[in-house]
Structure formats: C-alpha cells, structure tokens
Design a protein around this ligand. Structure first.
Ligand SMILES: [Zn+2]
Ligand SMILES: [Zn+2]
Length: 372
C-alpha cells in the first residue's frame, strides 16, 4: 500500500495554487492493523517515504504535511531541469540542520551529484549524513537481466521497494521510476500444529520466523509445513517530463497506477509547436497520454505538471484555460479512472484490487485544524 502526497503540480514555474514538481510516496504496511486505520493520521514512526523530484520550495510544502525528513529513505530525480531539482540543495541543508544522521539514498542523473558537490563547496555546506548517490546512467548501462538493473530499498526484512528506471523522451534525458512494493507475511497453520500435537511454545514462533526446529523428542519440524506466506504487491510508475508515452510500454506491465505529465491540452500543444518550429518543449498533451494509457489498459491515471496558463478551477466551457480543458482533453481518449493532481492532494494505492482511493488534501486537514 502506497500513500501519495503531491507537493507540487505546476510545470516550469510555480503559480499561486501550484508549486513546481515534487511527489511524496509513503510505504505503508497493510499487515500492521494500525497502519490502514491511521492512513490519514500517520504516526511518524516506521513510515519511510520517498521523494520523487524536488522543485524549488519543496521543503516549504513539506512543512504543511506530516512528513518528516528523518523518515525520508530516498530521493529520486527524473531529470536535470530546474523545476524538478532546484529544491534539492535547500532540502539537504535543512535536513542537516534538523539533525539528520541516517544515510540518504539519491537516485538521479550524474549531473545532480555535481550540483550537490558544487553547492557544498560554494556555500560552505556540511552534511553530517552520508549520501548514497546512485547515478541513473550507471543503472541503465547494466544488462536488463542483471540484478543491478533494479535498486532495492529494504524497509524491513519482509517489506521492500524495487525501483526500476525507464528512459523517456524529452529535451534532456528524462526518466520514469517504476516502484514495486512487496510485503510478505508468514501466518502459522495452527490447526495443523495442534493436529500434529506440537504444543504452543517458543517453537511456534521459530517456525513462523522460517526456522526448522527439533522438538524435545528429537523430531524435526519444517517451517514450510506449518507456515503460509502471503505477499502483497503494489506497483506504480511515476514519469518525468516526456513527449512519447510509448517509451513506457514495457514499464507499465502489471502496474496499478501511472502518474504522468500532461503539460498542455492538444490545441495548446499544437499552437506552441506551430509558433516556434525551432523549439519543441517536448511535453505531452492530456489526450496523448490518455490515448496511450487507454491502449495499454492502465486502470488508474493521475495527470500532473500542468502549464501555469491553466487555472485551477474546472469549467470546460470557460474561455480561460483551466483544469476542465485538461480533463476533457484526457477524457476524449481515456475511459479509466482519471484524476488531475493538485498540491497536497493525497491518494492511497492498494495493489491487491488495483484500487486508488482519494484521501482528500493535507491542506484541508491543516485548515480545519486552524478553524477549529
Ligand atoms: Zn518540468
Ligand atoms: Zn523538463
């Protein structure tokens, strides 16, 4: 189960309603009963999260959520354009000042490491924690079948996230991160234990942990005979800027949710491309990504990274560019579950039934706290 909080949904520049791109992905364990019940009221412990892109001001956006930099397990940067990474130096520096000491994984183009090093030298920045930098170029140079082709983040011994990377098509190398969460749980077959006259004792716990054990009588009991293993799998794909959705053809296999940019509507994209033949911004229209998601059978689609010209209200009949235009453009080609992201909007993704639940907005809850 993954919980998403959009921290920035504007393309290129921030607006009054939207900051530039950033997305928090919390890794929840539905086998812990308190985890699901408290999805909208998180306890800060044991809730690791990942940050995908870090536009300028992301750290201010975080202050309006319950997310803590101490629980931040990894930062993934899709590409080097400023609206996706200018917030990184500030976030790293603030994490240091708030006492972070745990190592931090950063998965990004190699140039981002140079940016961090340059900022450290130029601004006398000392980071008291280790950065485990993983260059996307190196991951992509690995053989497709190699283990090094995927990055595994271990949350616990029975809960991990595998991250795979797909190259997209944009003005600079841009990437999508596929995130597959796998959580396993071992349950004891107590009926069989009782039937086999194995007394309820320490042995039960050892068997559940996967150990084969000997009874006092010297009989060997095999864990596999008494334990059922259940596994929950959730997969999302978060794409960076991209003008060719078919790049994601392979990545979308068995994916519960795609999050993709829809910077323009079809007419606005055509107008921009016709106006300056020398400069193609290399972004997708809502209809273009909608068509691909429809053809590929993607059940759930969240669009984000909207051009600042589109106002936040939803009225397809208005002459002012707005979310209603983006929505109708997407719905002209896509019939699955569609959402247009807004800053602080939250979603819960449960892989078992490919369900995406809208949790509302963290902003609403902080505003209601202010009003109460
Ligand atoms: Zn962008
Ligand atoms: Zn870009």
């Amino acid at each position: 189960m993954l919980k998403l909080t959009f921290l920035g949904t504007s393309a290129g520049v921030p607006t009054k309603d939207r900051n530039v791109t950033a997305l928090a992905v919390e890794c929840l364990n539905p086998y812990c009963s308190h985890s699901k019940a408290s999805a909208s009221q998180p306890s800060k412990k044991s809730r690791p999260w990942l940050l995908i892109d870090c536009g300028e001001g992301t750290q201010q956006q975080l202050l309006r959520t319950t997310l803590s930099v101490h629980q931040l397990a990894a930062i993934c940067i899709t590409h080097v354009h400023g609206d996706h990474c200018y917030g990184l130096p500030g976030l790293l520096a603030s994490s240091a000042m708030s006492g972070r000491s745990e190592p931090l994984t950063i998965i990004a183009p190699q140039a981002i490491n140079q940016l961090i090093e340059a900022v450290k030298v130029a601004t006398d920045l000392y980071l008291p924690y280790t950065i485990n930098f993983i260059a996307i170029e190196e991951v992509l140079s690995q053989d497709k079948d190699s283990q090094d082709n995927k990055i595994r983040l271990n949350i616990t011994d029975q809960h991990h996230i595998d991250i795979d990377i797909t190259l997209l098509s944009h003005r600079v190398p841009s990437h999508a991160f596929g995130m597959t969460q796998k959580i396993s749980r071992r349950t004891l077959n107590t009926d069989k234990l009782i039937a086999d006259r194995v007394p309820a004792s320490k042995i039960w716990g050892q068997l559940q942990q996967g150990e084969d054990v000997y009874t006092k009588e010297g009989k060997r009991l095999y864990s596999a005979d008494y334990v059922n293993t259940e596994e929950k799998r959730t997969r999302i794909v978060v794409a960076g800027d991209n003008d060719t959705p078919t790049c994601l053809q392979t990545a979308l296999q068995d994916t519960d949710l795609l999050i993709h940019e829809a910077t323009y509507t079809t007419p606005v994209l055509a107008k921009i491309q016709a106006k300056n033949l020398e400069f193609d911004p290399m972004h997708s229209s809502a209809a273009l990504i909608g068509q691909f998601a429809q053809d590929r059978g993607v059940p759930n689609l969240i669009l984000t990274h909207f051009s600042a010209r589109f106002q936040s209200f939803d009225n397809p009949n208005s002459s002012t560019p707005n979310m209603g235009h983006i929505r109708t453009d997407a719905q002209s080609t896509y019939q699955g579950n569609l959402w247009l992201a807004a800053d602080f909007a939250q979603y819960l993704v449960e892989g078992a039934d490919r369900q995406v639940t809208v949790l509302g907005s963290t902003l609403d809850s902080s505003l209601s706290k202010l009003n109460s």
